[in-house]
Each structure stands twice: as structure tokens, then as C-alpha cells.
Design a protein around this ligand. Structure first.
Ligand code: NAD
Ligand code: 6OD
Length: 484
């Protein structure tokens, strides 16, 4: 059986305890994972600190950028290995993994290498009362040892999205991948080593949250900053851990995103895109929409078209190039999603598509599959309309004017993302600027330029990452004022 080990101080390391890695497409065990104990985590943090105190701490941004380009090359050279590792952990379909997720993760090393190299800092000349002058120059320095706690939905993308900017800013990292998806973070250790990243700069510890590697890492007093992507409730626990010792924190949390469709929109494009926003990655994408508010004139048409689209996202063999829908990430997560399916039925939802487990042939009959699901008729305040399902689900509700649509879409504890569909750009802008979310797409979804800031309002998080916003989080800015 394949083994997935911790990566500490430039070498792979087993530990005393282990857990199983399950492929959710089949329910089969695919690997045995080393669970880092408290001492392993302490060793990883110590290795990161030692790296910061060594030549890495004095490296230039140009040196680091050159290394990050080599890491990107190394990931692409081993594309098939990364694709196989990610698919075995998640059950994701082949094509989006091979053509999208892994190459995009590699690209992040290139993008952040260039963002780091090219982003200037401000300098100001100050005129003094005595006629003299002073020059203020801002300087970027690393935060130090960064803990990166990662989720399972886009494991390699969301992990490298933290690691690449952390490294270009000169930090050393200790990554705790999700217990559901440990493989690509571990494999990246081989690429880091081959690229010449010094030992201790990139470390990986495997395990769970409370009482395991996640909690050991966030509680470690020598961690300078914590970057977390995952559920809002976990974010609260991590924020408490970060409070001890006043460590910096970045939180990318849950969402309950909404799309707004006006009657004048390009209907075909809206439905095609909103179906992706609801069902892509089996709905396990933080930026996906689980609510659709539709101007009454096109409501019936929208329900019919989204139902047809849901049925076209048929689950299938992940290795088949035509498959668009994989399983949920685990049986535990499926239990949660099935709980919302039941809650929706109990609350009186009309189920137009899905809401059930599909019949899958062997070997997929043991997998964590659900059918893409379309609901109508739920109350705005009902649990399935308010809480994040994180599955392939959309609830469609009519509205009569823009103010009502904005109020309904904003009626959520979350504030991550949303979409607006209309040909009236003035209205699009008016609605966008009144939405309480961090990312809005007009007549589109998921156009993600890595240079743009990304993050949520309200319960969806604290801080922004992406482009220069990542540089702000992963570095300390020091102002040096010199009297000339
Ligand atoms: P999760 O919160 O269950 O777990 C995320 C990570 O935190 C895992 O590595 C887990 O082991 C670790 N963890 C759990 N408890 C911990 C603790 N007490 N201390 C330290 N570490 C702990 O999230 P998930 O289920 O892996 O991911 C799905 C969630 O992530 C969804 O809510 C989704 O919306 C959110 N998400 C948000 C974004 C974003 O950018 N806003 C992106 C992707 C996913
Ligand atoms: O691909 C991206 O740019 C990105 N940040 C995706 C985030 C998805 C959240 O699940």
C-alpha cells in the first residue's frame, strides 16, 4: 500500500500514528498517511525557523523568484503524477484536473514570482519645518514561519496559493493539508527539493484538526502567521489559537453565494455559466452559487433550464474524458449534504432534479456520489437557503425589482462572492456596488486573475489574498525614514 509521509527539514518522515486515505469515487483505501504528532509538528516549525535563520533569510527576491519558476517547471514535468495523486484523493474527473487545476497551481509559482519581483513599495519625501528634507522608504521583510492550514476541495490550488506568495516574500512554511487530501502537498516536497528550495523552507505535516497536527501547529508559539482556508467554524477556532501571542491571521472561509438574473440577460450564457457555478467540482467550490434570484418574467424558464442543465451533469467514471461530475469528497461530507437534501424536503422544497444518491456501477457503487440538485419553493430564512451545503445544489427564487434582489442576495451570514446577469451595465454596477461580498462577476463567473485580491466579507473571512494583497499578508512592511 502506498504511504504518504510528512515532509520535514527536507526529508520524508514517518510517524507513530497513521490514518487511511480513501478515494471517494470508489470508497477504496488508496494510501496510508503518517499522522504527525506534537513532536513532529515542533520539528517542522523548528526546521522552518532554522531555515529563516540561514541563507534563505538573506536571499533576494530575485533568487527566490528563480527558484519558484523551477518549482513550476518541476510540477509541470510531473503533471501526470500530480493529476493521479489529486484524483485518487478527491475522485475529481480527469479533464478539469489535468487541464485546469494542476497547471493552474504550477502557474501560481510563476505569477507570485513575478508579482513579488515587480510590485513596488511607496517612498515619500517629507519637507521639514527647518527647510530640511527626509526620505521615507518602505521595505518588505518576511513574516517568518507561516502555518498554512488547507481544505480538501481544491487541494493543490488552494495550498500553492498560500505557499507561492509565502515563499516569494521570504518566509518558511509548514503546511497542514486536509486529512482527506494529503497527497499533492506531500508530492510537492520532492519537487521543492529537486528545484533547490533549501531544506526547512517547505514542510508538510499530516493529520486532523483538534488534538492533532492542525491544532498543534496553530498553537505552536514559534509560528508567526497563520493562513487558513476552510469552514467558518474552524476559522473561529483558529482565530482563537492565533490570538495567543498576537499572530497574524488570514481567513478564507465559507460562503452561500447568490446569482442574480435580470430578464434582459443573455439567457443561454447565464444558464450555461450558472450551471457551472452550481455543479462544477460537485458544488465543492467556495465561489460557487447555491442561490439564484431570478426576475419573475424569466423565472419559469430558468427553473426549466437549470433542471435540464443539472440532468446533463451526469456523474461518471472520473477517468472518462467526457465526465463532468465527480463524487463528493468523502462519505462524511456526503452525509452532511444528504442532511440538507432531507432538510429541504422537510421544509417543503419542490425538487426538480437530483436530491438522491445515483445508481453507480461497480467499482463506483461504494463512492460518495450525489445527483446535481435543483430546489424551488423554500423560504428565504429556511436552513437550506441560509447555510452552506457545499454540494451540487441550487435554490431558485423569483424577485420583482433590483432592490428586492439585492436585499435577498445580501440576506446571508456570509459575504464571499456572487454573480449578476444583465445587459444594462449601469444597473450591473449599481447592484454590484451594493452587494456585501468580496468578489462579483458580471455576466460571467470564475474568471480568476491571480493578480486580483480575493477574500470574503462577514462570516466569509478576514483579509485578502491574491496578487499584491498576498504580499501584504506574507510580509511585514517597515518604513525607514532618513533625514537627508
Ligand atoms: P475544514 O474547516 O473542515 O478543514 C480545513 C482544514 O482545517 C483541514 O486541514 C482541517 O484538518 C483543519 N482543521 C480543522 N479543525 C482545526 C483546528 N481546530 N485547528 C487547526 N486546524 C483545523 O474545511 P474543509 O471541510 O476542509 O473545507 C470546506 C470549507 O472550506 C467550506 O466551508 C468552504 O466554503 C471553505 N472554503 C473556503 C474558501 C475561500 O477561499 N473562502 C476556499 C475553499 C474552501
Ligand atoms: O482558482 C482560484 O483562483 C481560486 N482562488 C479558487 C478558489 C476557490 C475556492 O474554493
Amino acid at each position: 500500500m502506498r504511504r504518504i509521509l510528512n515532509f520535514i527539514d527536507g526529508d520524508y518522515r514517518d510517524s507513530a500514528r497513521h490514518f487511511d486515505d480513501i478515494n471517494p469515487a470508489t470508497g477504496e483505501k488508496v494510501a496510508i498517511v503518517s499522522e504527525a504528532g506534537e513532536a513532529d509538528v515542533a520539528d517542522a516549525v523548528a526546521a522552518a525557523r532554522a531555515a529563516m535563520n540561514g541563507p534563505w533569510g538573506d536571499s533576494t527576491v530575485e533568487d527566490r523568484a528563480a527558484l519558484l519558476h523551477k518549482v513550476a517547471d518541476g510540477v509541470i514535468a510531473r503533471l501526470d503524477d500530480f493529476v493521479a495523486a489529486e484524483m485518487a484523493d478527491t475522485g475529481k474527473p480527469l479533464m478539469p484536473t489535468k487541464m485546469g487545476e494542476i497547471p493552474r497551481a504550477a502557474e501560481q509559482f510563476r505569477t507570485f514570482a513575478e508579482v513579488g519581483r515587480m510590485t513596488p513599495l511607496e517612498s515619500f519625501e517629507t519637507r521639514l519645518p527647518d527647510g530640511g528634507r527626509a526620505m521615507n522608504v518602505a521595505e518588505r521583510t518576511p513574516k517568518g514561519v507561516v502555518a498554512a492550514i488547507c481544505p480538501w476541495n481544491l487541494p493543490f490550488i488552494l495550498m500553492t496559493w498560500k505557499v507561492a506568495p509565502a515563499l516569494i516574500c521570504g518566509n518558511a512554511v509548514v503546511v497542514k493539508p486536509s486529512e482527506e487530501t494529503p497527497a499533492t502537498a506531500a508530492l510537492l516536497g520532492e519537487v521543492m527539493k529537486a528545484a533547490g528550495i533549501p531544506k526547512g523552507v517547505y514542510n508538510v505535516v499530516h493529520g486532523f484538526g483538534p488534538g492533532s497536527a492542525g491544532a498543534f501547529l496553530t498553537a505552536h508559539p514559534d509560528v508567526d502567521a497563520i493562513t487558513f482556508t476552510g469552514e467558518t467554524r474552524t476559522g473561529e477556532a483558529i482565530m482563537k489559537a492565533a490570538a495567543v501571542g498576537i499572530r497574524d491571521i488570514s481567513l478564507e472561509l465559507g460562503g452561500k453565494n447568490a446569482g442574480i438574473l435580470f430578464a434582459d440577460c443573455d439567457f443561454e450564457a447565464a444558464i450555461r455559466t450558472e450551471a457551472m457555478a452550481a455543479f462544477f467540482n460537485c458544488g465543492q467550490i467556495c465561489l460557487g452559487n447555491e442561490r439564484l434570484y431570478v426576475e419573475r418574467a424569466i423565472y419559469d424558464r430558468t427553473v426549466e433550464a437549470m433542471t435540464k442543465a443539472a440532468k446533463s451533469f451526469a456523474p461518471g467514471d472520473p477517468m472518462d474524458k467526457a465526465t463532468r461530475l465527480g463524487p463528493l469528497s468523502s462519505h462524511g461530507h456526503r452525509d452532511k449534504v444528504l442532511g440538507y437534501f432531507k432538510a429541504a424536503r422537510d421544509a417543503g422544497a419542490e425538487v426538480h432534479a437530483g436530491g438522491v444518491i445515483p445508481d453507480m456501477p461497480a467499482p463506483f457503487d461504494g463512492g460518495a456520489w450525489v445527483e446535481p440538485t435543483v430546489w424551488t419553493g423554500l423560504a428565504q430564512k429556511s436552513v437550506p437557503v441560509q447555510e452552506e451545503v457545499f454540494g451540487p445544489v441550487t435554490h431558485i427564487m423569483p424577485f420583482d425589482d433590483a432592490d428586492e434582489a439585492i436585499a435577498l442576495a445580501n440576506d446571508s451570514p456570509y459575504g464571499l462572492a456572487g454573480t449578476i446577469w444583465t445587459k444594462d451595465m449601469s444597473r450591473a454596477h449599481h447592484v454590484a456596488s451594493r452587494r456585501r461580498v468580496g468578489a462579483l462577476w458580471v455576466n460571467s463567473w470564475m474568471i480568476r486573475d491571480l493578480r486580483t485580491p480575493f477574500g470574503g466579507m462577514k462570516a466569509s473571512g478576514i483579509g485578502r489574498e491574491g496578487g499584491a494583497a498576498s504580499l501584504h499578508f506574507y510580509s511585514e512592511i517597515r518604513n525607514i525614514c532618513t533625514r537627508l
